[in-house]
Design a protein around this ligand. Structure first.
Ligand code: CA
Length: 224
């Protein structure tokens, strides 16, 4: 298994690399966001371990780029910042898990195993919520076996919401999931995609609903 480690502290990086190598993992270590972006473009890693305080910015800014290029890769954020607001920011930005330094290698390995078992990880490319099934590898949504015809951007919104089922996905995260770097984003375009998607999910009786938090973001919930 090949792991991408994004960490600028040489001692931390060396210790983690050595420890993970002992568990049959190949570790590619990069010290900056710029190097990490190049590395994820190759799309060969099973998971990303991501420090937050990096010389060229906050590690969290890498997450939408990982999602855009190498969709199902689990990301574990490693950081010295451990307070609640930072943990929420980390998870809301699309990370699969969050580990506060210092941590034991055993704990990191356990978290890695856990994220690799999740639907967004390598072993399953499907996720079910309500009566909706989403196939991440083909990016198709269906309700009880009937394919939902959705334009690409609505599919991308749905996918981003499903990956954080039951939790708020912030507007910038959704916008970055939906638009390429060179697209011009109109301020209300996201809301238009969401409202169309919401209507289609209702019409298809998908058993999930999209809730909006004004100015903050959206979340997808299973109907009870
Ligand atoms: Ca650092």
């Amino acid at each position: 298994m090949r792991i991408l480690l994004v960490e600028d502290e040489p001692e931390m990086a060396a210790a983690l690399s050595a420890a993970l190598k002992g568990y049959d993992m190949v570790v590619d270590h990069v010290p900056t966001l710029a190097d990490a972006e190049e590395a994820i473009a190759a799309d060969v890693h099973a998971a990303v371990l991501l420090d937050r305080r990096l010389p060229d910015g906050d590690g969290l800014s890498l997450i939408p780029k990982v999602r855009a290029r190498a969709d199902g890769i689990p990301i574990i954020v490693l950081t010295a910042r451990g307070d609640l607001a930072d943990r929420i920011a980390g998870l809301d930005s699309g990370a699969d898990d969050y580990l506060t330094k210092p941590f034991s290698v055993e704990e990191l390995l356990a978290r890695l195993r856990a994220v690799l078992r999740r639907p967004a990880g390598l072993q399953s490319s499907h996720m079910r919520a309500g009566r909706l099934t989403f196939d991440f590898s083909h990016r198709e949504a269906s309700v009880e076996g009937r394919l939902l015809e959705l334009p690409r951007r609505e599919l991308l919104v749905l996918e981003a919401l499903l990956r954080r089922l039951g939790r708020t996905v912030l507007r910038p995260t959704l916008e970055e999931a939906v638009y390429n770097f060179d697209d011009e984003i109109q301020s209300n375009a996201l809301d238009t995609h969401v409202s169309r998607l919401r209507r289609k999910l209702t019409d298809a009786n998908a058993g999930v609903e999209i809730h909006g938090i004004r100015g903050v973001g959206y979340l997808l919930k299973q109907q009870t």
